[in-house]
Design a binder for this molecule. Structure first.
Ligand SMILES: [Zn+2]
Length: 81
């Protein structure tokens, strides 16, 4: 049995749970494991933190779908390098 890994898409899906502390410990570990080697997601997480710092909150509904798609595009490009 291999350890299930988080993909960039999955990480983006759960990033709010992670930042709000609503993520089970096991899942957090996977999240942080992915972050350790994924520069694109590190940048994304920093941007999310900055957004929360500026707005004081983070509602997933506030995320523009286009911005989300753009981000996933960036992540994919980064992976191809
Ligand atoms: Zn990633």
């Amino acid at each position: 049995m291999s350890v299930p890994e988080l993909t960039c898409e999955e990480l983006v899906e759960v990033v709010t749970d992670y930042l709000e502390g609503g993520m089970p410990a096991e899942r957090r570990l996977l999240f942080e494991e992915h972050l350790a080697f994924c520069e694109g997601c590190q940048t994304y997480l920093e941007q999310m933190r900055e957004t929360i710092r500026l707005t004081g909150t983070l509602m997933e509904d506030d995320l523009e779908p286009s911005a989300r798609d753009a981000l996933l595009g960036v992540l994919r490009d980064w992976k191809r390098r």
